[in-house]
Write a protein that binds this ligand. Structure first.
Ligand SMILES: NC(=O)c1ccc[n+]([C@@H]2O[C@H](COP(=O)([O-])OP(=O)(O)OC[C@H]3O[C@@H](n4cnc5c(N)ncnc54)[C@H](O)[C@@H]3O)[C@@H](O)[C@H]2O)c1
Length: 318
């Protein structure tokens, strides 16, 4: 239920939580987490037991690992994906571990389908506590060589897909929020959301957009004093099949796709490690969540320095 005070804002609960310790030494000089109107700055993962999570792109890779992690915390998990057979396989694997899951075939590019996903999730599993907008696709190639329909597909999944999730789930979360149990909206963006590189312009620009959208959502919900927390997950390389299913255009696109497959296999963390980092960040109450904080800090600092000094991106080419 969305409880409002006389002035129309969310009524703050007096319930507070302590920040859970993070393992390892973070290279970020973090500002203290911003308390929400409910006064909650961190999340005790035990509180998620019995609650509902919805994960898009849950049939494989990071999404499947996030779903596994959520189920291991005792959450009921709605698995949404456009790939029906992979979705059924993942659902079966999770059920074999005793998890309560509901697979729903859904293409996040389709606003009506995402709306139906929200209705089904609430009807079957009750109020949604955690939405993870994870579905995403890669596409490589120089911008003048990428076919327009591929560019549109990337933005349809990576940007419109996130937008449709917000539109379908946030109103419902506002209606069902319980004091002290704020809902959480996570966008799986990318470290590519804060960097730029050649032959990946469609993907990188879509991830910049997904991050900007997510930051705007956080601002809007804070301004509305809504009991919903927002987090942006910016993984570095994770060993998934994202480049195997990626489109590639042109020689540069083919070469980058091959190289990135190797990078993910050689240097990527496992999807389960990525999911672990995500839930640790949520437990700490962080907005910015990374799989590799040291590398992320280097990249962010380099970009901030370049922007401040008005250095052309071309100067970053080796
Ligand atoms: N793997 C990495 O190195 C990496 C790094 C940074 C960010 N990410 C992001 O993580 C997210 C998950 O990627 P992954 O690496 O697990 O890839 P993946 O290919 O293993 O999983 C993506 C899933 O999304 C599903 N999907 C694709 N289009 C969809 C649509 N229109 N509607 C619903 N589902 C759809 C796919 O079927 C697949 O199951 C993506 O947003 C990706 O951009 C991945």
């Amino acid at each position: 239920m969305f409880i409002t005070s006389a002035n129309g804002s969310y009524r703050a609960s007096d319930r507070t939580r302590t920040r859970l310790p993070l393992t390892g030494k973070s290279p970020f000089r973090r500002a203290p987490p911003v308390p929400t109107v409910a006064g909650v700055t961190a999340l005790d993962p035990r509180d998620l037991h019995g609650q509902t999570a919805v994960v898009t792109g849950a049939a494989s890779g990071i999404g499947a690992a996030v779903a596994r992690r959520a189920a291991a915390l005792g959450m009921r998990v709605v698995l949404a994906d456009r790939d029906e057979s992979a979705l059924q396989r993942t659902a079966e694997e999770l059920r074999d571990t005793g998890a309560t899951v509901l697979p729903v075939v859904c293409d996040v590019r389709d606003a009506d389908a995402v709306e139906r996903l929200a209705v089904t999730a609430v009807d079957e599993f009750g109020p949604v506590r955690l939405l993870v907008g994870n579905a995403g696709i890669e596409s490589t190639g120089r911008l003048w060589e990428i076919a327009p329909d591929r560019f549109e597909r990337v933005f349809g999944v990576n940007v419109a897909g996130v937008f449709h999730g917000i539109g379908a789930f946030v109103p419902h979360m506002l209606d069902t929020a319980v004091p002290g149990q704020e809902a959480i909206v996570v966008t799986v963006a990318s470290i590519g959301s804060v960097t730029t590189m050649p032959a990946q312009g469609a993907y990188v620009s879509s991830k910049h957009a997904a991050l900007a959208l997510t930051e705007c959502l956080a601002l809007e919900l804070a301004q509305a004093q809504a009991p919903i927390r927002v987090a942006a997950f910016l993984p570095g390389p994770v060993d998934t099949g994202i480049y195997t299913s990626a489109d590639a255009d042109g020689v540069a696109g083919d070469a980058l796709r091959e190289r990135m497959r190797d990078v993910l296999a050689d240097r990527g963390v496992t999807p389960d490690q990525a999911a672990e980092a995500l839930f640790a960040g949520l437990a700490a109450g962080d907005f910015w969540i990374f799989t590799d904080e040291t590398r992320a800090a280097e990249l962010l600092r380099a970009r901030a320095d370049r922007l401040q000094a008005a250095v052309s991106p071309v100067r970053t080419l080796g």
